[in-house]
Design a protein around this ligand. Structure first.
Ligand code: ZN
Ligand code: MN
Ligand code: MN
Length: 279
């Protein structure tokens, strides 16, 4: 079965994200574990958890992937922001665990000094791991476009973070097709596609790959600007998505849209993805 879906809103309750997903034809979805643009989080009640788990049974949608909120920067040199970021990441990991999510995708973080940033991120992950013994949920570092001073736009940076992290068997990776393309990894034809994933395997390891963000790019190759576009409407084009969807190695890996949502675009993008699948 094709494991495709989209990021869904939790504004009307965690459980509704699943029914909304079902409505547009998702077999997997991604959600924020709390409001994405503020530090504070509404309490997660037992009722929220129960309703969510019931909705997951009803819809059959699995896995549900978590995504962390935007203010978190575990790579910062600002002590206060760093501590707040770590605590919020731990809170989000705890909420993910309670909801039974297998993965929490996070943006690694940013720092004008790449080396320092990588060290801070790894220390942050180690700290979060030390406070969440026996959790099943895994943190997945997302590949980035490299906009501003964000870290994670080179496979080597992701590999270094994992390498420096304690209990790093608990760390996975989320491959965002728009970000990596914007960062300078090409997948537009079979030849470069194979080369990029061969490199990913060599530097990070394909066994770390737990999720895809399936986005076309509004910006051209290597621009390091992060702008998502509808599938087939951007600079990446359909061939790359066809290759991913039909790659046996990635069959069981959730592929999630983070494309603009106005009108019926989730439905349209999912239909496009389905049309590319030959299985
Ligand atoms: Zn993301
Ligand atoms: Mn993404
Ligand atoms: Mn993005």
């Amino acid at each position: 079965m094709l494991l495709i879906g989209a990021h869904m809103s939790i504004a009307e309750g965690f459980f509704n994200s699943l029914y909304f997903g079902k409505e547009v034809g998702c077999t997997t979805i991604q959600i924020f574990t709390k409001s994405a643009n503020q530090w504070k989080a509404k309490e997660l009640t037992d009722e929220d958890i129960e309703k969510f788990k019931q909705a997951q049974k009803d819809t059959g949608i699995s896995p549900v992937v978590g995504h962390d909120s935007y203010l978190i920067n575990t790579g910062t040199s600002d002590k206060e922001l760093l501590q707040k970021s770590r605590e919020t990441l731990l809170l989000e990991l705890t909420r993910s665990e309670k909801l039974g999510l297998p993965y929490l995708v996070m943006h690694p973080g940013s720092n004008p000094d790449e080396k320092v940033g990588i060290k801070k991120i790894a220390e942050s992950l180690s700290w979060v791991h030390s406070k969440s013994k026996n959790f099943k949920v895994k943190i997945c570092l997302e590949t980035t476009a490299g906009q501003g001073s964000s870290i994670g736009y080179k496979f080597e940076q992701i590999a270094q973070i994992i390498d420096l992290t304690e209990e790093n068997q608990r760390v996975g990776v989320c491959y965002d097709t728009a970000h990596t393309f914007e960062a300078g990894y090409d997948i537009r034809n079979k030849k470069v596609y194979e080369a990029t994933f061969k490199l990913f395997d060599k530097v990070i390891g394909l066994n770390r790959l737990k999720a895809f963000h399936i986005n076309d790019s509004k910006k051209d190759f290597g621009t390091r600007v992060d702008r998502h576009e509808h599938i087939g409407k951007g600079f990446i084009g359909l061939e790359a998505f066809k290759l991913i969807l039909n790659d046996k190695r990635f069959e069981k890996i959730p592929k999630i849209l983070e494309t603009p949502k106005e009108d019926d675009w989730d439905k349209k993008n999912l239909a496009t993805l389905r049309s590319l699948y030959k299985g």
